[in-house]
Design a protein around this ligand. Structure first.
Ligand code: ATP
Ligand code: MG
Length: 578
C-alpha cells in the first residue's frame, strides 16, 4: 500500500471532496427509514394527511439529495482513480525503461505486460471502489445499527446475533480467497506469456507446422487459468448467498419477534417497518464491504506484483564524469566477466586489447565466443568482474552512463526496428537531425537505394519490428542509424551478416571514408569481413586467441588459421582443383 502514498498526495483534495459527498449520501440513506416510521406511526395511524404529505415531501427531498450526492461522488471517484491509474502506468513504464539487464533477465515481458495493464486496472478498481463505497458502507452499517438499537433494544438482540454470524462468514471467505486471487494473477501471466512467445516466433511455428504444440501449450495455460478462476468464484459464490441467507433469516426473525412485541403493545408498526429497512441497509452495506474486501484482496496481490517492478534494480548509477576530449580510444585491461544469471563460467576471460582513433578493429570468433558480450560491456550494461575498461583514458565506472552511451553507437546482431517511418528509425533519438544527414548515413549503409524505391521513400512506414523488410534491408537501416549518430566509437555486431560479400565490402569501405579519424569495431564470423580491418581480435571461448594484423595472425594464431582455411583457404584449394 506504500505505493499509493505519492499519488494520494497528488489527488488528496479531490479525494476528500469525494469522500465528503459519500458521507452526505450515507446520511441521506440513513434518514429515510426514520422519516418512514414517522409517516406510518404519526401520520397514517392518526389519519393526519397534512403530516403525511409534508413528511412525504421531506422524504422525496432527502432521496433527491442522496441521488445528487451519489452522482457527484461517482464522477469524482472515476476522475481520481483513472488519473491515478494513468500516473501509475506511466511510472511503471518509465521504471521498466530504466531496468538493469539483471531485472530484464528476471521479469519476462509477458508478466510485465500483465502488470502494467491487468494489475494496474485492479488497483484502479480498488481505489475507485474505495472512494465510492469503502467509506459509505461502514457509515451506513454503523449508523443503521445505532438507529435500529434506538428503535428497539429487544429486536436489536436478533440483529446482533446475525451480525456475529456474518462477521465469521466474512473472515473465513477472506482467508480462502486471498491465495486464490494471487494464483489467478500468475495464471493470467502464463497465458500472456504463451501468446507472446507464439507471436514472436509466428513464422517459425508456421514453417515447422508446430500449431498443435503451440495450441496444446496455450490450452494448458488457458485451462489452468479457468480452473483458478472457477476456484476463486466458488468461494465468492458460496459465501455471498450464505451472507444474504443469514441476513434474510434475521429479517424473518425480526418480523416474527416484532409481531409478538407488537401484540404486547410495546412497539409501533412503523418502527418495525423502519427496523427492517435498517436491517436491509445493513445487508447492503455488508455486501458492499465484502465486495470492497474482494477488490482489496485482488489489488493486494496486484500491489505486490507492481511493487516488485518498482523495487527492481535500475541501470547502473548514472552520475559521473564526461569526456574532456572525445577520440574513441578503447582499452580492455585483463577483463573477466560472467553473466549474473549465466552458466557461472566467464563469458569473457582475462581479455586485453586496444583500439585507437582512426582504427578499425575486427573481432572474429565462433558462435558463443564472447563477441557480443564485449559490446554490452562497453555500453556498461553489465559491470566487469575483474580488470577494467577505459574509454578515452577514463575507467568506465567513473563515466556518466548517459554520456558513455552517447559516445558509442551500436548496430546489434538482431536489427531492432520500431514502428514508425524509415526517417524516424534512422534519426532515432535525435529529433534535430536533418533529412540530409539521414540520407548521408543511409547512403553509406547502402540503404538509400532501396529506401527511395519504397512507396513513400523516407516517410514509408515500417510495421512493428520492420516485418515488411528483408533481413539485409533491416541490417542496413540499423547500420544507417548507428552511423547517423556520428559517435566517436562505432560497434557493428555482425551487422552485415545478411549482406552479400560485395555489398558488405562496399559498406565497410564507405564507413571508413565516412568516419575519418574515428574508431570502429566490426564484430563478425566471416574472415572476409575481418580481413580489411587494421587489427583483428580473435576470440575463442571467451579468451583472446590472437590479436594483430591478418598476415601475422595467419602465421601465429591457430584458431584464425582454422577459420581462414574453413572459409577461404579450402574454397581456394577447391577452385584450384576444379
Ligand atoms: N544474457 C545472458 N545471460 C547469460 N549468459 C549469456 C547471456 N548472453 C550471452 N550469454 C553467454 O555468454 C557467452 C558468450 O555469448 P556472446 O553473446 O558474447 O557470444 P557471441 O560471440 O556474440 O556469439 P554469436 O556469434 O553467436 O553472436 C555464451 O556462452 C552465452 O551463452
Ligand atoms: Mg553475438
Amino acid at each position: 500500500m506504500r505505493i499509493y502514498g505519492k499519488y494520494f498526495k497528488k489527488y488528496k483534495a479531490l479525494f476528500f471532496i469525494g469522500v465528503t459527498f459519500v458521507f452526505l449520501e450515507a446520511m441521506c440513506d440513513l434518514l429515510q427509514p426514520t422519516i418512514m416510521a414517522r409517516i406510518i406511526d404519526q401520520g397514517v395511524r392518526n389519519k393526519n394527511m397534512s403530516l403525511v404529505i409534508s413528511l412525504g415531501l421531506l422524504m422525496l427531498l432527502v432521496t433527491a439529495l442522496g441521488a445528487a450526492f451519489a452522482a457527484t461522488r461517482s464522477i469524482l471517484a472515476s476522475k481520481v482513480s483513472q488519473s491515478f491509474g494513468a500516473d501509475l502506468r506511466e511510472d511503471l513504464f518509465a521504471k521498466v525503461m530504466r531496468f538493469s539487464e539483471d531485472s530484464i533477465d528476471r521479469l519476462d515481458s509477458g508478466s510485465l505486460i500483465t502488470r502494467l495493464t491487468n494489475d494496474t486496472s485492479q488497483i484502479v478498481q480498488f481505489s475507485n471502489g474505495m472512494m465510492r463505497i469503502f467509506f459509505k458502507a461502514p457509515i451506513t452499517f454503523l449508523g443503521s445499527i445505532l438507529l435500529a438499537i434506538a428503535l428497539s433494544a429487544k429486536l436489536s438482540l436478533v440483529m446482533l446475533t446475525v451480525l456475529v454470524l456474518v462477521t465469521i462468514l466474512i473472515t473465513i471467505s477472506m482467508k480462502l480467497s486471498y491465495d486464490r486471487f494471487a494464483k489467478v494473477q500468475v495464471a493470467v501471466d502464463k497465458v500472456n506469456g504463451v501468446v507472446q512467445e507464439y507471436l514472436m516466433g509466428i513464422r517459425l511455428v508456421k514453417a515447422f507446422g508446430k500449431f498443435q504444440e503451440e495450441e496444446t501449450k496455450f490450452e494448458a495455460a488457458n485451462d489452468d487459468l479457468k480452473k483458478k478462476n472457477i476456484s476463486t468464484q466458488i468461494v465468492i459464490t458460496y459465501f455471498a448467498p450464505l451472507l444474504s441467507l443469514s441476513v434474510s433469516l434475521g429479517i424473518a426473525a425480526v418480523l416474527y419477534i416484532g409481531s409478538l412485541i407488537f401484540q404486547q403493545g410495546d412497539i409501533e408498526v412503523g418502527k418495525v417497518a423502519a427496523f427492517i429497512s435498517y436491517m436491509a441497509q445493513i445487508l447492503i452495506s455488508i455486501i458492499m464491504i465484502t465486495n470492497v474486501f474482494n477488490t482489496f484482496v485482488r489489488s493486494k496481490a496486484s500491489t505486490e506484483r507492481i511493487n516488485e517492478i518498482l523495487e527492481s534494480g535500475e541501470d547502473f548509477p548514472r552520475e559521473g564524469k564526461g569526456f574532456s576530449e572525445e577520440s574513441g580510444t578503447l582499452v580492455f585491461e585483463k577483463v573477466t566477466f560472467a553473466y549474473p544469471h549465466g552458466s557461472g563460467l566467464p563469458a569473457v576471460r582475462d581479455l586485453s586489447f586496444e583500439i585507437k582513433p582512426g582504427e578499425t578493429l575486427a573481432i572474429i570468433g565462433p558462435t558463443g565466443s564472447g563477441k557480443s558480450t564485449i559490446m554490452w560491456l562497453c555500453l556498461r550494461f553489465y559491470d566487469v568482474d575483474e580488470g577494467r575498461i577505459l574509454v578515452d583514458g577514463t575507467d568506465l565506472k567513473a563515466i556518466d552512463t548517459k554520456k558513455l552511451r552517447d559516445h558509442i553507437a551500436i548496430a546489434s546482431q538482431k536489427p531492432e526496428l520500431f514502428s514508425g517511418t524509415v526517417l524516424e528509425n534512422i534519426s532515432w533519438g535525435n529529433s534535430g537531425m536533418s533529412l540530409e544527414d539521414v540520407r548521408e548515413a543511409a547512403k553509406v549503409a547502402m540503404a538509400d537505394g532501396f529506401i527511395q524505391e519504397m512507396s513513400a521513400g523516407y516517410e514509408s512506414l515500417l510495421s512493428q519490428g520492420g516485418v515488411n523488410l528483408s533481413g539485409g534491408q533491416k541490417q542496413r537501416i540499423s547500420i544507417a542509424r548507428a552511423l547517423a549518430k556520428k559517435s566517436p566509437l562505432l560497434i557493428l555486431d555482425d551487422s552485415t551478416s545478411a549482406l552479400d560479400a560485395v555489398t558488405d565490402y562496399k559498406v565497410r569501405k564507405a564507413i571508413r571514408v565516412f568516419r575519418p579519424g574515428k574508431a570502429t569495431i566490426i564484430i563478425t564470423q566471416r574472415i572476409g569481413t575481418a580481413m580489411g580491418a587494421d587489427k583483428i581480435l580473435v576470440m575463442y571461448n571467451g579468451e583472446a586467441a590472437g590479436f594483430g594484423r591478418y598476415e601475422e595472425l595467419l602465421e601465429t594464431c591457430l584458431t584464425y588459421r582454422e577459420l581462414y582455411d574453413s572459409q577461404i583457404g579450402i574454397r581456394m584449394a577447391g577452385e584450384n582443383n576444379g
